[in-house]
Design a protein around this ligand. Structure first.
Ligand SMILES: [Zn+2]
Length: 107
C-alpha cells in the first residue's frame, strides 16, 4: 500500500489544479476488489462547504484526470449549492475544451 502511494505521488503531477492542492487517496475495501488510487480536490467556493471531487487515476491518462478535476473546479460557480456541484460530472467534450484553454491539449 505504501509503495502504491509513493509511486502515485511521484508519477502524477501536478500537485495543484486551478490553484487548489490535489490530495491522493488510496482506497482499499477488500470486499470491493483491489486497492486503487484517486486524486481529490476540494472546491474553494465559500458557499460550498465540504465540496469535493474525486477521480480514479486509472481513468485515462494523467491529462484526463487533470482535465476532469480542473474542469470541475472551474465550473463550480455555475452551481448554486454543494450537492449539485458534487453531482456534476464533466463530460469528455468539456474536459477537452478545458485542457485546450489551458494549453494542455492531450498528446
Ligand atoms: Zn463546489
Amino acid at each position: 500500500m505504501v509503495d502504491l502511494m509513493i509511486s502515485a505521488t511521484a508519477a502524477h503531477i501536478p500537485t495543484t489544479i486551478e490553484g487548489v492542492d490535489v490530495a491522493i487517496d488510496v482506497e482499499f475495501n477488500p470486499s470491493r476488489g483491489p486497492p486503487y488510487i484517486r486524486k481529490r480536490v476540494r472546491c474553494p467556493l465559500a458557499h460550498h462547504p465540504n465540496c469535493f471531487k474525486y477521480r480514479n487515476v486509472n481513468m485515462g491518462t494523467q491529462m484526463d484526470v487533470v482535465g476532469f478535476l480542473g474542469c470541475w473546479l472551474q465550473n463550480g460557480r455555475n452551481y448554486s449549492d454543494r450537492v449539485s456541484h458534487m453531482k456534476w460530472r464533466p463530460q469528455p467534450v468539456a474536459v477537452q475544451l478545458y485542457l485546450d484553454s489551458c494549453g494542455l491539449a492531450a498528446e
